[in-house]
Design a protein around this ligand. Sequence first.
Ligand code: FAD
Length: 630
Amino acid sequence: MPEITRLPYDVVVIGAGGAGLRAAIEARQQGKKTAIISKSLFGKAHTVMAEGGAAAALGNVNQHDRWQVHFRDTIRGGKFLNDPRMAELHAKEAGDRVLELEYWGALFDRTSEGKISQRNFGGHEYPRLAHVGDRTGLELIRTLQQRVVQLQQADAAELGDPDAMLKVYAETTVTELVKDGERIAGAFAYIRESGEFVMFEAPAVILATGGVGKSFKVTSNSWEYTGDGHALALRAGATLLNMEFVQFHPTGMVWPPSVKGILVTESVRGDGGVLRNSNGERFMFGYVPDVFRSQYAESEEEADGWYTDPENHRRPPELLPRDEVARAINNEVKEGRGSPHGGVYLDVSTRMPAGEITRRLPSMHHQFKELADVDITAEPMEVGPTCHYVMGGVEVDADTGAAVVPGLFAAGEVAGGMHGSNRLGGNSLSDLLVFGRRSGLGAVSYLDELGSDRPTIADESLEAAAATAQAPLRREAGENPYAVHQELQETMNDLVGIIRRGPEIEEALENLSKIRERVANVRAEGGTIYNPGWHLALDLHNMLLVSESIARAALEREESRGGHTRDDFPEMSAEWRTVNLVLSLRDGRIRLRHRPVDPLRPDLLELFDREELAKYLTDAELPAEETAKE
Ligand code: FAD
């Protein structure tokens, strides 16, 4: 057996994006010895790439905004399948978390009165995204990292060691969670730089590993996003919720091929960008679904008026929730009205002067100039849908982030429930702050209740984890991980992508079962030091489990809702709205069961018109006429 260093902690946080950092800060602030582990360099997580902003009903730009409106928008965006308790906590606490960031040093853009500025985004009734140009995530991560350093400096002064109570392990990948009986006992990992194996021993482990996009061919996600947290949770006996809901962001770059999928922020539309097809038509007016018709403009004149006079105009249809816009673009291209490279046109150049565009959207200006030689201040961009975000995730308790396995917690994108069938833009940055903190607190309470009855890890568990990790290096012959990955991505993109059909999903499941045999036999050359082939060989197990989970759930849900569109079941079904799909792993096979969606409390139901509720709920669920808002 290779040498394995045991590292004892109270709390181990896997992931150093916003959710992981916020969770770790909370655990440390509550006096727990905490490790933060990140697969990539410290500071390089999806959170840093977030552009538009963090949604919070501060009411700085429109005083009518309040948590109830944010809650209502979130539930509408998720098509009433959100975990209502999570959506409520999120809407209520997002403001405090944004203000806390400011207190810790974040420099948000300002209104003329000096308040935190807030911008419009799809599905949000009022300007709600606190932002820093189009680089909000960078400021969020910078602030949280600064807070980590602040805590470490205090420990250096008091204990003589900055790492005594809070230590960051960058470029360290967790491959397995280890249990003692039914309880979590720690996380097994390799260090990329040295190739060493380490065992983080801790009674509480918080998953904050982000998304799963690398299972798809066209994605805005970067290389780390192989669904590790989802798969680690499943293998440890936890459950995943509603994995069929995958968000395809409507606007990714489509050209040149090397950058296909890279995100074009929704801020472009929030700041007035319009979508046109190859005939020059502003096609979104033709795609407003019935459930949203009363809230969206019907003519260009009305839509354009909204930017300067929102009180007296309805919103432009470009600001419909992402799932609607992505499907519309997909359809325009399919029906032959696409741009030369298979997208549509997104134009902000006619909305405002060049200087204003470079001030408000500096990253987008830079991105298009550098990568596509397009000047967005003078010409339209070509854009198309890209796999972006997973709404499905680890089934957790809303208040504490606890998964069903004692000692396991999850927060941020890896956790399920909060966003229902579709996430609104800007709700992720606020989600990871709210639930990052809550999962940190949840882990602390768990530890306090545990007292001295802490789990231990037997040597055999270490040996087993090390043997599994080394298996691809020990095979004399076997499959090429890159070839297998490509096939998996094509299967998911082509057969379980933005528009799904039963027979195609079945075909995908057949492909995946063949891919499973190949993944079991994957081989990597070389050793354990900085070996991307080996890393991919290990990640493939996770991508496969995640892909199977998505496909199984997508086949089961016979309706179209949010990030799950079935061509063979195009309608939303009130019966299916009451169903959560819960996935677990038994004997190496994914199992699926139905769990009822928690009903909305009467005081939350009252936030919606009865007429709107009738579009989503079954007759039995509808409140009596007199209790609903008219
Ligand atoms: P992440 O920030 O994704 O961090 C995950 C962490 O887990 C990383 O540190 C990674 O290295 C680590 N990790 C993963 N696997 C392992 C492992 N096996 N071992 C150890 N570490 C591991 N949302 C918004 O609200 N507003 C926006 O404007 C916005 N813009 C976006 C733009 C882009 C280009 C992208 C890709 C996403 C955007 N999102 C936005 C979504 C949002 O950024 C993410 O959903 C969110 O940042 C996820 O945060 P997180 O903390 O859950 O995980």
